[in-house]
Design a binder for this molecule. Structure first.
Ligand SMILES: Nc1ncnc2c1ncn2[C@@H]1O[C@H](COP(=O)(O)OP(=O)(O)OP(=O)(O)O)[C@@H](O)[C@H]1O
Ligand SMILES: [Mg+2]
Length: 232
């Protein structure tokens, strides 16, 4: 469904930040993306939500080769993808409610359906009391929860989340991870960039590791085995 073949990326005339990226995500899979700061996690996610185009190689999204697609042809692909940005990218002149409602409004859903869905989700992420507040007056963790709600409200086919629990305490972070797990069980393919090793071990999905411009997969069975070896 999603495939990168020999993909490279450079910004302007700078060095390649990603080189020879080769991997595929099967429909309905759940992966963590990890790697040191500056390894290129955010850059890789940008290629996946079509915010950047690769400087070389082949990117296939939902079975479609994206190289050479026109802007109008990219829009329907983007609409199938929910993104939680590392820097949130909320609209600060709109309330939390309106930020989360926006993707549903773009899809032309009725105001009644929007109200029900947005209320339920904002309650669930613990922001029931803050629906009509402007994001700029909220804490980092609260803004992060709005960004997550906005990304999942349409039940996208692919969810990309960049450090989505970075500003949350353990309890609410765990709660939001269970939200991603539920979404995954309903069929959404998920890729989460995170430094949070506890979260990775707790949820045990395959880890994709970015290092030195390349990507490696590490099966949970493999690192669990390594961990057990370390203990005994
Ligand atoms: N807009 C940009 N222009 C030029 N260079 C960039 C740009 N964005 C990222 N880079 C460079 O690309 C490399 C990868 O950055 P990226 O943000 O993708 O890493 P990351 O793995 O997400 O890091 P972090 O864990 O700190 O979020 C870094 O060397 C960074 O300096
Ligand atoms: Mg990043």
């Amino acid at each position: 469904m999603i495939r990168f073949e020999h993909v490279g990326l450079r910004y302007g005339i700078g060095p390649e930040v990603l080189s020879d990226i080769d991997f595929a995500l099967e429909p309905g899979s759940f992966h963590f993306l990890t790697g040191p700061s500056g390894a290129g996690k955010t850059s890789l996610l940008s290629l996946m939500y079509l915010g950047l185009m690769p400087t070389r190689g082949l990117v296939t999204m939902f079975g479609q080769n994206i190289n050479g697609l026109k802007r109008a042809q990219l829009a329907p692909i983007r609409q199938r993808i929910g993104v939680v940005f590392q820097d949130f990218r909320l609209l600060n002149h709109m309330s939390a409610f309106d930020n989360v409602a926006l993707p549903l409004r773009i899809q032309g859903k009725s105001e009644k359906e929007i109200k029900n869905n947005v209320h339920e989700l904002l309650e669930w992420v613990g922001l029931g009391e803050h629906m009509h507040v402007l994001p700029s007056t909220m804490s980092g963790g609260q803004q992060q929860r709005i960004a997550i709600a906005r990304a999942v409200i349409t039940r996208p086919r692919l969810l990309l989340a960049d450090e989505p629990t970075g500003n949350l305490d353990d309890e609410i972070g765990f709660r939001l991870m269970t939200l991603f797990d539920q979404l995954n069980r309903m069929g959404t393919t998920i890729l989460i960039a995170t430094h949070d090793q506890n979260m990775i071990e707790r949820f045990g999905h395959t880890k994709l590791i970015l290092d030195d411009g390349k990507i490696y997969a590490e099966d949970p069975k493999h690192w669990l085995a390594k961990k057990i070896e370390g203990v005994f």
